[in-house]
Write a protein that binds this ligand. Structure first.
Ligand code: PGA
Length: 217
């Protein structure tokens, strides 16, 4: 076995959630009378949590904290009804998870998506798989790229960071895994490109979920 555990990012790594996020984002903008963005622009808006998503899509860069809270609440209400409509695991992901679990590896999810939505997504899209931890962005825990969540998962797994592979699709993910002392795998099928993963010191960059298995088992 080449590692003992893996931590996965969610949006853009396990799940293609781009359209549902963009549709909810644009519906939020419409609700407040702001112009919409193309779906593809959300590849760069998503990744650092809901508050940052709102700061990036709302034209008034100086939105006050109270206003941001209102945007976040509205987005939350819209997304609560639609997070699963067009989202799905990327091709080969269910097989990858089955292969890693069958090999006896411990698996976890660490996302900057709000914690409740992260849990709903994992329960809905991967009902038959058991993850040691499923963490979204939680009150009182610094979001990625802070390694706090990743370090908490290492402890829950009873492993050391060097025994874990951290798999994600963005600079934030590579920074998180690297600063937690893990080997990082950047995935090319997600929201960002090869250069971003390389520039942020991905240990390996892969283009299929089967390659993740080959580095783990
Ligand atoms: O929703 C977000 O901001 C990001 O989620 P991720 O950390 O799973 O990519």
């Amino acid at each position: 076995m080449k590692c003992k555990g893996l931590i996965f990012d969610l949006d853009g790594t396990l799940l293609d959630t781009l359209e549902d996020l963009a549709i909810a984002g644009n519906a939020t903008l419409e609700h407040f009378g702001f112009p919409a963005h193309p779906v593809d622009a959300y590849r760069y808006f998503v990744g650092e949590g809901l508050k940052t998503l709102m700061q990036r899509i709302i034209p008034a860069a100086d939105a006050s904290d109270d206003q941001l809270l209102e945007y976040m609440n509205t987005f939350g209400k819209i997304y609560a009804k639609s997070w699963h409509v067009r989202s799905a695991p990327y091709k080969g992901i269910p097989e990858m998870i089955t292969a890693l679990s069958s090999a006896g590896l411990q698996l976890a999810v660490l996302s900057n998506k709000p914690h409740e939505f992260t849990k709903h997504c994992v329960e809905y899209f991967f009902p038959e798989h058991s993850f040691v931890c499923v963490f979204g962005q939680r009150e009182g825990v610094a979001k990625k790229p802070d390694p706090a969540g990743a370090i908490e998962i290492v402890e829950k797994m009873g492993l050391v960071a060097g025994e874990i592979l951290y798999v994600g699709d963005t600079a934030t993910d590579m920074q998180t895994g690297n600063s937690a002392g893990m080997r990082t795998i950047g995935v090319e099928w997600g929201f960002r490109d090869h250069a971003e993963l390389q520039n942020n010191n991905a240990w390996k960059i892969v283009s299929t979920p089967a390659e993740v298995v080959s580095y783990a088992v």
